[in-house]
Unconditional design. Structure first.
Length: 474
């Protein structure tokens, strides 16, 4: 599942400071660097300029995190040595320029982390390019709306897009993946739900997308909700569509991505008027198995040793078993804490951060594991709901997905649907596609940002063709 937390949370805090320097001739310009940290990579860019008196000013940017224009508070050069300090991040960068002045090898320091990296001079400041993002004017109607989840007593905000003409149109509700998402499911500067809505609406299908509860203009408490709570939000969106005169109420379906792909069957299992569901990287195996296979795949993809992966999986299985054993959160926390402390005593000190054995990492982990959302996801079994889904199902997977692994989940889902759905399903695995259905090389999460494509057009066209085919007689 997609995680939305920042690797370095200090990057979100922007402060204004003065900048002083001694020398400007060799360091002015744009610089690009890649910061590798555990299983992730971050792009760090620098924009350095000299004023009329030769004093340097500078900004640091972390474009993959959406953290830009962070003032550099101290920047000095002495010979080929460079020293940079960014107080708002509690970060320092120290390095040496190459002989030609086009590179400098550096060490990035933040809190307890010390990470080597290299910067290269560039002609222009790196920025994320998103050529698929649609821009107005649109060849369809786009309307911002509000609707109520009466079960939860909250008001949700979204956007509905109608094709040209009077209708009635087939329609879909989009359900986002894990984590607080706005109506565009924005991640790393990509807006996949905006791209999906534009593509489908331009081809005759109305689309309703909305901000998750507690996000942007929607009310409610996101942190206190589980997938079953989010299902009631999606039900409210479906009911809103049914009330629209230009929507074909017999041709309303759901497209769910990732966690949304487990929520869609929850709704369709009980609401037999749902015309179809499209599951984009939706799980076919239990929540616990999704987490374990995801952990192994991500760490293996990033070059970690078999021994490290074995320890991470052993710890995960143990903590999951504790959660399932203790419904009392305090008892679960105490037992997990005891287990991690015991493991830490036997592990090398330089591995404590990787394994999550440091006190801070352990407490953050325990808090996340003990949440209502995580507990419900851990024991979720897709078959419980997929067995009662009678409508047509299109399930799509990316072969390079490291979050919801394609083969494990597609095979399991096919087995479930073949047993219960009477053949009214279509399961497809796309070569070289990742979790968000981009054409990818590695499938790793941080690669999402580096790829300019938001969503592969062959996947988008397959969705359109399948929906139109399955709503033609409705």
């Amino acid at each position: 599942m997609i995680k939305k937390q920042l690797l370095f949370p200090f990057l979100a805090i922007l402060l204004t400071h003065s900048v002083f320097s001694q020398n400007s001739s060799s360091i002015s310009g744009y610089w690009y660097g890649m910061l590798e940290f555990m299983s992730s990579e971050l792009i760090i860019t620098l924009d350095i300029a000299a004023d009329s008196e030769g004093n340097l000013t500078g900004m640091l940017h972390s474009p993959l995190q959406g953290a830009n224009n962070i003032p550099i508070t101290k920047l000095t050069t002495r010979g080929d040595s460079v020293y940079i300090e960014v107080k708002s991040m509690s970060a320092k960068i120290a390095g040496k320029l190459s002989d030609d002045g086009n590179k400098f090898d550096a060490v990035f320091t933040q809190a307890v982390f010390t990470i080597p990296m290299q910067f290269e001079r560039t002609e222009e400041l790196f920025s994320l390019k998103r050529p698929q993002e649609p821009k107005p004017p649109f060849d369809y109607t786009s309307e911002d709306i509000f609707f109520d989840n009466t079960k939860a007593g909250i008001r949700l905000a979204g956007t509905i897009t109608y094709p040209k003409g009077e209708g009635p149109f087939p329609a879909v509700v989009l359900i986002s993946g894990t984590g607080p998402q706005d109506r565009n499911e924005e991640i790393f500067g990509h807006k996949p739900f905006l791209v999906i809505a534009d593509y489908l609406t331009s081809r005759g299908i109305a689309v309703l997308r909305y901000d998750d509860r507690g996000v942007a203009q929607s009310k409610g408490d996101f942190a206190a909700a589980t997938s079953f709570d989010f299902a009631t939000d999606a039900e409210a969106a479906v009911n809103y569509l049914r009330q629209q005169p230009n929507i074909n109420s017999n041709a309303i379906g759901i497209i769910g991505h990732s966690e949304g792909g487990m929520i869609a069957p929850i709704i369709a299992a009980s609401d037999k008027s749902i015309a179809f569901i499209v599951l984009l990287a939706g799980p076919g195996i239990s929540g616990e198995k999704v987490l374990l296979t995801q952990t192994e795949k991500i760490y293996r993809n990033n070059g970690y040793s078999d021994s490290d992966i074995k320890i991470l999986l052993t710890d995960a299985r143990k903590t999951y078993s504790i959660l399932k054993k203790h419904s009392d959160k305090d008892k679960a926390a105490a037992e997990i804490r005891k287990y991690l402390n015991k493991r830490a005593k036997k592990a090398p000190a330089d591995k404590h951060m990787l394994y999550g054995y440091t006190k801070q990492a352990a407490e953050i982990g325990i808090m996340a594991l003990n949440s209502d959302w995580f507990r419900s996801f851990l024991v979720f079994e897709p078959e419980t709901y997929l067995k009662d889904v009678d409508c047509p199902v299109l399930a799509l997977f990316g072969e390079k997905d490291v979050q919801v692994l394609a083969i494990e989940n597609s095979n399991a889902m096919e087995g479930i649907l073949a047993k219960y759905n009477k053949g009214n399903f279509d399961i497809r695995v796309y070569d070289d596609k990742n979790h968000v259905f981009q054409n990818a090389k590695t499938g790793n999460v941080m690669e999402y940002a580096l790829i300019e494509e938001t969503m592969a057009t062959d996947v988008l066209q397959d969705i359109v063709d399948w929906i139109l085919q399955n709503t033609a007689e409705n």
